[in-house]
Design a protein around this ligand. Structure first.
Ligand code: HPA
Ligand code: ZN
Length: 324
């Protein structure tokens, strides 16, 4: 099974570039940029990666991002992730970045996007890995900050395919960003949103109805609303599920209790993704293995995760044929 999963072609649709910052690179960038970090060793950093909910993770995740200063840092971060894609036979990836995490501390939007974009282009030419870039708004910040970020993105619309919504779900429902998403759609961006990760199923319906999203990031709490699950099946609305993330952030008590295989068998377009692999214990292969080790599942079902991801991706029909 391990070889089958290793060699299975994969498509990733839920990956935060800031969440790929491995402790080794964190130390290297801290040194390069003369930034103090509150850790003395790599082991100490890994020891701090024990979370009890989404917020306890986000606090560490935002702190880690402080070492990213120059365009080259964003290039190095993105390139290191693409090399992991190559290791895990990921052929196509649609990655998130959080510009506000950086602009709020004085790094320019251009520094961030130019470093990321250069690495993604090189990933295509040198590694044969195609990609799309999705800009997420931090939902704990206000609407005004999101509008400002959307404005900054307009100059780079050739590099950004969609906008998304991440950070603290509870207390920051989709409705808070209805007007921002409306403008993004008018400008020609596709939309996605984290919903139903820690927050309730109604956030999923709200994101679908108000933000007109093409797919739901996480969405695992859909199970709490039978009518919603039926809608997801009927309308083939994809969920970008992140199994290891859900266990690390205590969305489920154990992988055995995770609902991803149940949702797959009920006909929901579920996909497997790594979210923040440097923090949650693994990239794509490890996420597939974690699911398979906890749930009896056959090879055709495992391959269905990839077929679902191709279907849910933002590439054109021609590209979908190539990935199949
Ligand atoms: N949820 C919300 N925000 C995030 C996540 C997540 O899983 N990862 C990075 N930002
Ligand atoms: Zn996420």
């Amino acid at each position: 099974m391990k070889e089958f999963i290793q060699s299975l072609p994969k498509v990733e649709l839920h990956l935060h570039l800031e969440g790929t910052l491995e402790p080794e690179l964190m130390f290297e960038l801290a040194k390069r940029n003369h930034i103090d970090i509150p850790f003395n060793s790599i082991a100490e950093v890994r020891g701090a990666y024990s979370f009890h909910n989404l917020q306890s993770f986000l606090d560490i995740y935002f702190q880690g991002a402080n070492v990213l200063i120059n365009e080259q840092d964003f290039f190095d971060l993105t390139w290191a992730y693409l090399l992991r894609c190559q290791d895990d036979n990921v052929l196509h990836t649609e990655v998130f970045f959080d510009p506000q995490t950086h602009t709020e501390r004085g790094i320019s939007f251009e520094t961030v996007i130019n470093g990321i974009h250069r690495a993604l282009v090189q990933g295509t030419t040198e590694l044969g890995i195609s990609s799309k870039l999705i800009m997420c708004f931090l939902r704990h910040l206000d609407e005004e900050s999101a509008f400002k970020t959307l404005q900054q993105a307009q100059r780079h619309q050739d590099k950004i395919v969609a906008v998304g919504l991440d950070s603290s779900e509870i207390g920051h429902p989709p409705a808070k960003f209805e007007r921002v998403f409306k403008q993004a759609i008018n400008l020609g961006f596709l939309t996605v949103a984290h919903a139903g990760e820690e927050g309730e199923a109604s956030n999923i319906s709200e994101a679908l109805n108000l933000l007109k999203i093409s797919r739901i990031d996480h969405g695992v709490r859909c199970s709490e609303d039978e009518e919603l699950v039926k809608q997801l099946v009927r309308e083939r609305i994809p969920l970008t599920v992140c199994p290891l993330s859900n266990i690390k952030l205590k969305v489920f008590d154990s992988m055995e209790q995770h609902n991803i295989v149940d949702l797959l068998r009920r006909g929901v377009c579920v996909t497997i993704n790594s979210d923040d692999p440097a923090y949650f214990g693994g990239y794509m292969v490890n996420n597939f293995l974690a699911v398979v080790n906890a749930h009896p599942i056959n090879k055709a079902e495992i391959a269905q995760f990839t077929f679902n991801a191709i279907e849910a991706s933002f590439v054109n029909k021609h590209e979908k044929e190539r990935l199949r």
